[in-house]
Design a protein around this ligand. Structure first.
Ligand code: CTP
Ligand code: MG
Length: 182
């Protein structure tokens, strides 16, 4: 039981810099869409109005900021997960995780538009796990990836991420930050 709780906490801790970028994008996003309003050859928007430059950059920054706070917490409380790395190497890891997350998010919107899904419509699995796959793929080029993201952590992440995603989306909807609760 304790071991399971430990694995759950460790997994959330390790994935937090990939969980927060989307939330930062929701809060600070808006303005010019990344596709500049352009349409694909199928006549639909390339990405749609839900993917903006402001959301992209604030999201990446938000993920790195989250990591920096975590690193500070580790140093203050005296435990080492991320802080086995130097701060600069760790920041690169956060940058990979958050950039991967938002690339996955953009890829997801591209796929959704091609499938004829309007902006905001949910696409099960892709919405909840697409960003995680991209975050981990991006992070896998970091030299410390295999040490930190062990197979049990990755498996736990795949199981709990959809659950956490649903919970945070409902909270964001209740707070009026999202137009739909999914
Ligand atoms: N957002 C943004 N820029 C991004 C990602 C997100 O501005 N790169 C903001 C948008 O306001 C978006 C909200 O965060 O509406 C929620 O993100 P998401 O659920 O990914 O977008 P949707 O509006 O649902 O659009 P899509 O169907 O394309 O996923
Ligand atoms: Mg959405």
């Amino acid at each position: 039981m304790i071991e399971v709780l430990k694995l759950l906490t460790l997994t959330i801790w390790l994935l937090l810099p990939s969980y927060t970028p989307n939330n930062f994008a929701v809060i600070f996003g808006g303005g010019t869409p990344i596709d500049l309003g352009m349409k694909f050859r199928d006549g639909r928007r390339i990405l749609g109005d839900g993917k903006t430059f402001r959301g992209l950059f604030s999201g990446i920054l938000g993920g790195v900021l989250t990591g920096a706070v975590q690193y500070g917490i580790e140093k203050t409380l005296g435990f080492s997960v991320f802080s086995i790395l130097s701060f600069s190497s760790f920041l690169i890891l956060c940058l990979l995780l958050s950039t991967g997350t938002l690339t996955g998010d953009i890829f997801g919107s591209f796929v959704k538009r091609r499938a004829g899904f309007e902006r905001g419509r949910s696409f099960p699995v892709l919405d909840q796990l697409g960003f995680l796959v991209f975050a981990l793929l991006f992070a896998s080029i970091h030299p410390a990836f295999r040490t930190l993201y062990t197979p049990d952590v990755i498996l736990t992440g795949i199981i709990i991420t959809p659950i956490l995603h649903v919970i945070t989306n409902i909270i964001a909807y209740k707070l009026g930050l999202k137009e739909v609760p999914w």
